[in-house]
Ligand binder design. Structure first.
Ligand code: C2O
Ligand code: CU
Length: 543
């Protein structure tokens, strides 16, 4: 396996979108940031140099980083931010991942503009489990606010309310020609009739699960989250923030121009910008007239059935070369409620949440608050007490009808804290996420760092611990790092805790993560060098 070097210079640069110009944080001046190409099993050394006026960290989303939490990136969990003028050399260790992942900033809301794709090819000499495509094309969805992101973030902290909706979903950084001033801000993919293209779709949006489809073309889904899936055809896809989906596009239509389009799916948000964002699929032998193109049909914005039906079709390949290793009898059983809540408005502010509260969110009724003076990993490694607690509840503190209407008062206001769950090395874990109807409920794309998990079951309503496990898929469950827990529903995942380190888990909707829907796992060292965390690099950023 190769070791490749990159330099990421973080700078503020002006970009113009939707009729206005603002400074954004970007890596090497590019928005979206550059695509990193590796072969399975390679290692990247990325020197991150912060020449911007803001703190920042970089996370390699979905890269398991065996024994190496040091370069994982979530601020105040595995490192302190890289301050203006500072640098940090990060080691990104690829192991079992193959397909598409991505990198993004993991500090406050800097990931709004600081993100890029990671393409992981098979090992040299190895092949895809499908015919080799003519070309592969990263397509990364994002969100653009005309407002300054730091301002948006500050306002949100002050008001304790919902963030302003973004002004547009973007496709490779561009909203497409259906927005004002955007006729030329449209990503264009040129294809040759008769060829097949591998579209590597990445949802880097801050706040939205998305639908995507291509006019007149079916898509063949072949991968998700750095793994392959059993191929299936669909005329649209659902993709959660954090998730990647690989699809084959067969350019088998008449030589012409076609829209690719995306818009968000939401089960709960009210006043949001429902404009459809577009990119152009241009057959090389077609002319350049793009007037009167018709949009592909996308499910309705509130179509929960369409959202979950797509996700439920994902299945691991589960063949000799891509075996499935689902823990059969998990010994660690965790049951986490994920809720929207309110907390009292901090003194000196006037909050716009219900009854003057601020909006919050929680896992097992603990709303996460970072310790900004010492990160969890440093505290754990150096055995410094008091920086975090290790009694995160493994079950909800009370039980009731979580998806019903009579929520007990004691469950509406969460505790706050920075508590971790400690897992023994190699323990087999089942984790059930239970959505709740507090504040109405909403879908939550939950993301785990450090390992993928098998998604073995899901449903609406309350998880039934006697009957639901009977219908688990233990044969070919998809192996994901992000799974959307449907509104007022549940998802069960299983994994083996064999990556020693400190690993964050959170909702990948940025507002929910900010409000406290986050927690941390510590996986203890096992016996022997291969089961022990690597030593810290010499240049860990100080707090
Ligand atoms: Cu995509 Cu904690 O991150
Ligand atoms: Cu959420």
């Amino acid at each position: 396996a190769a070791v490749r070097h990159h330099t990421f210079v973080v700078e503020e640069v002006p970009y113009t979108r939707l009729c206005s110009t603002k400074n954004i944080m970007a890596i090497n001046g590019k928005f979206p940031g550059e695509t990193l190409y590796v072969n399975k099993g390679d290692t990247l050394i990325v020197d991150v140099v912060n020449k911007s006026p803001h703190n920042l960290t970089i996370h390699w989303h979905g890269v398991n980083q065996p024994r190496n939490p040091w370069s994982d990136g979530p601020e105040y969990i595995t490192q302190c931010p890289i301050q203006p003028g500072a640098k940090f050399s990060q080691k990104v260790i690829f192991s079992t991942e193959e397909g598409t992942l991505w990198w993004h900033a993991h500090s406050e809301w800097t990931r709004a503009t600081v993100y890029g794709a990671i393409v992981i090819y098979p090992k040299k000499g190895d092949t895809y489990p499908f015919p080799k495509p003519h070309a592969d094309v990263p397509i990364i969805f994002g969100e653009w606010w005309k407002q300054d992101i730091f301002q948006l973030y500050e306002n949100l902290l002050q008001s304790g309310g919902d963030p302003n909706a973004s002004d547009a979903i973007t496709i490779n950084g561009q909203p497409g020609d259906r927005f004002n001033c955007s006729a030329h801000d449209m990503f264009k993919l040129v294809v040759k009739q008769g060829k097949t293209y591998l579209l590597r779709l990445i949802n880097a949006a801050m706040q939205d699960i998305l639908f995507f489809s291509v006019a007149n073309h079916n898509l063949t889904v072949v991968g998700t989250d750095g793994t392959y899936v059993k191929p299936f055809e669909s005329d649209y896809i659902t993709i959660s923030p954090g998730q990647t989906i690989d699809v084959l596009l067969h350019a088998n239509q008449p030589n012409n121009n076609y829209y690719m389009a995306t818009k968000f799916y939401t089960s709960a948000r009210g006043a949001v910008n429902a404009n459809t964002s577009t990119a152009l699929l241009h057959y090389s032998a077609a002319d350049n007239t793009t007037t009167n193109l018709s949009l592909p049909s996308l499910p309705a914005t509130n179509d929960t059935t369409a959202s979950v039906n797509f996700t439920a079709r994902l299945r691991s390949l589960a063949d000799k070369k891509h075996p499935v290793n689902v823990p059969k009898n998990p010994t660690t059983n965790l049951y986490f409620t994920i809720s929207m809540n309110t907390l009292p408005c901090p003194a000196g502010r006037s909050c716009v949440g219900p009854n003057g509260s601020r909006l919050a969110s929680s896992i097992n009724n603990v709303s996460f608050v970072a310790n900004t003076s010492l990160d969890v990993l440093a505290a754990y490694y150096n055995m410094i007490e008091g920086a975090y607690g290790d009694d995160f509840p493994r079950k909800p503190p009370v039980t009731y009808n979580f998806t019903g209407t009579n929520i007990p008062a004691e469950y509406r206001v969460p505790a706050t804290g920075n508590e971790v769950v400690v897992l023994e090395y190699n323990s087999s874990v089942e984790l059930v996420f239970q959505g709740t109807s507090l504040l109405g409920g909403v879908d939550h794309p939950m993301h785990l760092h450090g390992t993928n998990f098998y998604v073995v079951g899901w449903g609406f309503g309350n998880f039934d611990k006697v009957n639901d496990p009977k219908s688990y898929n233990l044969v070919d469950p998809p192996f994901q790092n992000t799974i959307a827990v449907p509104i007022n529903g549940w998802v069960a995942v299983r994994f083996r805790a064999k990556n020693p380190g400190v690993w964050f888990m959170h909702c990948h909707l940025e507002r929910h993560a900010l409000w406290g829907m986050d927690m941390t796992f510590i996986v203890k060292n096992g016996r022997g060098e291969n089961a022990t965390m690597l030593p810290p690099p010499p240049d860990m950023p100080p707090c």
